[in-house]
Design a protein around this ligand. Structure first.
Ligand code: TA6
Length: 288
C-alpha cells in the first residue's frame, strides 16, 4: 500500500505514484528497524514495497482469480484531509485516514464498488492501531465477498529465539502441505523450518515473545478470526527477489486475517477489522 499525497477522499489517485516516508512510529515495528523495509526491497511501483504491513484485499493469498493477496497493496491510497473524528474517550491523538476506491481498471478485474477507509493511529505509549472499514457501495443491489489480512512483518532478533503463545492446540490450514487441515500439538509455537499456516478461530490476543531482545509483541485483533504465521526460511528466501538471503532470520509475519470464511457485505453494509500491536519488555508478560 502506498499513500498518495494529500487529496480529497473522493479523488483517490491510483495512478499517481508519490510515495511518502513511512512514519517513524511505524518503522520500529517493521522488518528492518532502522529503515522499515527489507534490505533487498524493490521500490518499483505498482508493486508494493516489501515489507511493512501490506493490506491483503479483496483476496488473501491465491485462493481466487485475482493477483496474489489482491490489488489493494499495489495501489496508491488517498489521504483523507477531513476524516471523521476519533471516539470521545480515546487517548489517541495521532492518526491518519487513508482511502481506497476502485479505479476503472480495478472494476474490470473485481466488479464491485467499495470504499475502504484505513485508520492508522498511534497511542501515546507507542502502540500501533490499524482499523479497516470496508463498505459495499454497489448501486445495483449486488453483495460482494472478500478475504483479508494485515500481512504484518515483525522485526525479531533471531527467528530461533521466538515463541508465539496463543495459537497452541488450534486447527490450521497448512499452505506447505496441500492446504490440508491439521491441529497444532504441544506448547507454544517455535521455528525450526519454513512455516506457512493459517490458524483458524485464533484468540483475540497473541504474544510473540522475543527472547533475544527480551521483549514481546502483543497483538490484539477484532473482526479478524484467523491468524496467518509465515517465515520463508532459507530456501524460499533465496528465490524471493525482494528479501535478502539471510533476512528470514530477523523477520516473522503474524497476520490477523479473515481467510477461511469470506466476509460478505450487502450494498450499504460496512465491515470493520482492527489490529493493535504493543511492544512490552518480556518480563511484563504472564506465563514466562
Ligand atoms: O501470508 C503468507 C503468504 O501468503 C506466504 O504464502 C508467502 O508467499 C507470503 O504470503 C508472501 O507473499 P508475497 O506475495 O508478499 O511475497
Amino acid at each position: 500500500m502506498a499513500a498518495a499525497s494529500s487529496s480529497s477522499p473522493s479523488t483517490p489517485r491510483p495512478s499517481s505514484v508519490e510515495h511518502t516516508k513511512v512514519p517513524t512510529g511505524l518503522e520500529k515495528l517493521l522488518l528492518r528497524e532502522e529503515r522499515g523495509w527489507s534490505a533487498e526491497a524493490i521500490f518499483k511501483p505498482p508493486k508494493a514495497i516489501c515489507c511493512g504491513i501490506p493490506i491483503c484485499f479483496p483476496q488473501f493469498g491465491t485462493q481466487g482469480n485475482l493477483e496474489k493477496h489482491g490489488f489493494a497493496r499495489n495501489r496508491s491510497w488517498a489521504i483523507d484531509d477531513n476524516p471523521p473524528p476519533l471516539p470521545v474517550n480515546t487517548a489517541i491523538k495521532t492518526f491518519a485516514d487513508l482511502i481506497l476506491k476502485p479505479s476503472e481498471e480495478d472494476l474490470k478485474i473485481w466488479p464491485h464498488s467499495f470504499e475502504f477507509r484505513l485508520r492508522i493511529a498511534l497511542a501515546p505509549g507507542g502502540d500501533l492501531l490499524l482499523t479497516s472499514r470496508i463498505r459495499n457501495t454497489n448501486t445495483d443491489g449486488r453483495p460482494f465477498s472478500f478475504t483479508f489480512a494485515y500481512h504484518t512483518y515483525l522485526s525479531v532478533s533471531d527467528i530461533s529465539e521466538i515463541r508465539i503463545e496463543g495459537l497452541e492446540t488450534l486447527d490450521y490450514i497448512d499452505n506447505l502441505n496441500e492446504k490440508e487441515r491439521f491441529t497444532e500439538q504441544g506448547d507454544a509455537i517455535v521455528f525450526e523450518a519454513e512455516v506457512d499456516k493459517i490458524y483458524l478461530d485464533a484468540p483475540s490476543k497473541i504474544a510473540i515473545i522475543d527472547h533475544g531482545k527480551k521483549r514481546t509483541y502483543v497483538l490484539r485483533k477484532d473482526g479478524l478470526p484467523d491468524t496467518v504465521v509465515w517465515n520463508p526460511w532459507d530456501k524460499k528466501s533465496k528465490i524471493m527477489q525482494d528479501l535478502g538471503d539471510e533476512e528470514y532470520k530477523h523477520m516473522l509475519c503474524v497476520e490477523p486475517a479473515a481467510v477461511e470464511k469470506p466476509i460478505t457485505l450487502k450494498p450499504g453494509e460496512e465491515w470493520k477489522g482492527r489490529m493493535e500491536i504493543s511492544v512490552v519488555p518480556s518480563s511484563y508478560c504472564s506465563g514466562q
